[in-house]
Write a protein that binds this ligand. Structure first.
Ligand code: NDP
Length: 286
């Protein structure tokens, strides 16, 4: 079994992006700038924003955090997005989740200018991703793809099973995998309710799990030699664990991501890569 070391992949990409930003600064005399909008004071969001800031500083791009109060209205949120859309010094906008219940995330996500949509979450960018017409790819699925690439195995013709069908992970990931000519099955709560999760997992050459249920996937369900990518982040008794029972899964897997230290660290760096892609797109359009 080999560990898929997300921290190592993250460091390599950070160094590559740092060089790219140095070239941009030397050539354009400009520094790409990203803005993250955060609502309220959710501790998890603040920690994530802090790690983004550190990565941005390392790479050499500007990063600004804009906060709105927890009781802000959807109009307040949209007005701030509009202001940032119109601000030529801002190249990328990220909307931090969770948002309070008075905000409809799917509506506000579509307020973000398509060329500033850091996470690739607005409908235009999702559509372009399906058609293969954009380099702005949602960061978590992109991180999963980079982990799979690092194994050195081609995905062509492999049985890939994704557990979890969310808008931000499972669904976009299925599209990226199809592009690599994998045979993709996406499982969700309906699969579990039908009692068929284990049978799908048993034939997976590659298993990706993004559910949010600690240790849902047992090692004995996994095919010998499978590549296992665990996206889940759950906290039990103050300890971070994934959706896969790592102890038993490592006995079966040929490659497996640890949690923490797997998909997460690279996801943050890929957000910065999207920011640089957004900068380049805006430069082309100006
Ligand atoms: P969502 O809650 O949006 O989606 C969860 C998905 O899992 C849904 O499709 C749901 O099915 C499915 N599901 C829930 N329970 C089961 C079950 N028992 N069996 C099969 N499928 C099930 O979660 P996210 O996609 O946002 O996040 C998933 C996990 O990944 C979380 O732990 C989150 O913290 C983590 N995460 C990690 C990131 C990273 O960078 N490492 C980034 C983003 C998320 P249905 O659609 O039918 O409801």
């Amino acid at each position: 079994m080999q560990l898929l070391d997300g921290k190592k992949l993250a460091q390599e990409l950070k160094d590559q992006l740092k060089e790219e930003v140095e070239l941009i600064k030397a050539k354009d005399r400009k520094t790409p700038k990203l803005v993250n909008i955060i609502i309220g004071d959710d501790a998890g969001s603040c920690t994530y924003a802090n790690s983004q800031k550190k990565v941005a500083e390392y790479i050499g791009i500007k990063y600004e955090l804009k906060s709105l109060p927890a009781n802000c209205t959807q109009e307040d949120f949209c007005a701030l997005i509009q202001k940032l859309n119109n601000d030529k010094s801002v190249n990328g906008i990220m909307l931090h989740k969770p948002v309070p219940e008075q905000i409809d995330y799917s509506v506000v996500a579509n307020y973000v200018d398509t060329v500033k949509d850091l996470e690739g979450v607005n409908v235009t960018n999702i559509g372009k991703m399906i058609l293969g017409e954009t380099n702005i790819i949602p960061c978590t699925p992109a991180s999963v793809m980079e982990h799979l690439k690092s194994t050195g195995h081609s995905l062509r013709g492999l049985e890939v099973v994704i557990v979890g069908a969310s808008q931000i992970v499972g669904k976009p990931l299925s599209i990226l995998l199809l592009k690599e000519m994998a045979t993709v099955t996406v499982c969700h709560i309906g699969t579990s309710e039908a009692g068929r999760l284990e049978e799908h997992i048993a034939r997976a050459d590659v298993l990706v799990v993004a559910v949010g249920v600690p240790k849902l996937i047992k090692g004995e369900w996994i095919k010998d030699g499978a590549i296992v990518v665990d996206v889940g982040i759950n906290v039990i008794d103050g300890k971070v664990v994934g959706d896969v029972d790592f102890e038993t899964a490592q006995e079966k897997a040929s490659f497996i991501t640890p949690v923490p230290g797997g998909v997460g660290p690279l996801t943050v760096v890929l957000l910065m890569r999207n920011g640089i892609e957004a900068y380049k797109m805006q430069k082309e359009q100006s």
